[in-house]
Design a protein around this ligand. Sequence first.
Ligand SMILES: [Mn+2]
Length: 330
Amino acid sequence: MAKVKQLIKLLKKQKRVFIQTHNYPDHDAVAASFGLQQLLKHYKIESDIIYHGEILRDSLQKMIDKLGIELKHHSYYEIDTDDCTVIVDGTKGSRNVAELKSKVLAVVDHHQGDVPEDVKFCDIRSDYGACATIIFSYYAEIKLEPSMEVATAFHAGISFDTHQLSRNVNLMDIETFTILHRISDTAFVNSLIKSSIKLEDLPHHRHLLENLKVHHNFAYCHFNNGCNKNLLAILSDFIMTLDEIDFVALSSKYLDEIIFSVRSKSTELPAHYMIQEALSGIGSGGGHIDMAGGRIFNRSDFDEDEIYNRFLTQVRLKNSFKIKISESLK
Ligand SMILES: [Mn+2]
């Protein structure tokens, strides 16, 4: 039986179905949720997309408006124990997915992590660059052509999550992207990518340029006056374009927390591992080998110099390990 048919069978019996994205959803989380919602609709299963946090980026709001995607903050509904949720682009128990009263029946994700044991349907493919690719594979399984709106959302989701096919991408993402290129609004997706920042974001760029600490191939900057999560990700991608830098960690005050965005272009400095180690005992983090995020829940546990040194210690350890290997090969 096609994998998605198992999910449909499971959801058919449910009274009310919610599709929940990870907190502060990004393009991929919204695209994958929207795609799944429309696929379920094809099987007469109604569902509502919910999220926790906010829609932070203007380009994401543009995508939501243009494609007519309906999603609401979970507090809009009175969610109860007899409702069920499908978590998309995140997993049960993750710090990045709000715990709600409903029972989690399914998880569709592409992040590294453990498979939750008590979830009936789990489809976790951590070698995929985007969750949108996984949902597209469901359409392929049942030979259902996505609408132009869904195809456009998938196209944007894959583009943003894989940094235009340059990061953590596999053959499935590329093949899917090729198909979507033909059936989506490519000009609209390109306009989202090209205009991803606003004038009001420029002071954050200035802060970054003036306060970036660099040690060999490692860069770090803290935004004491705050910077939202998605802009932080854009800024860490920007630092990755520097030839000399292999690993960057950016942190910012955000509400009562400290949030992190981490990027790596060296397999010796795996982003998801480095952030976990750096925040051990004071926060949590995770993601992929080349991009990761994290947070310290209590701002008082954060000390800029200490965090810088925690990252630096690890970078030094890994770099010296690399030097040792190359020396032993001489
Ligand atoms: Mn994703």
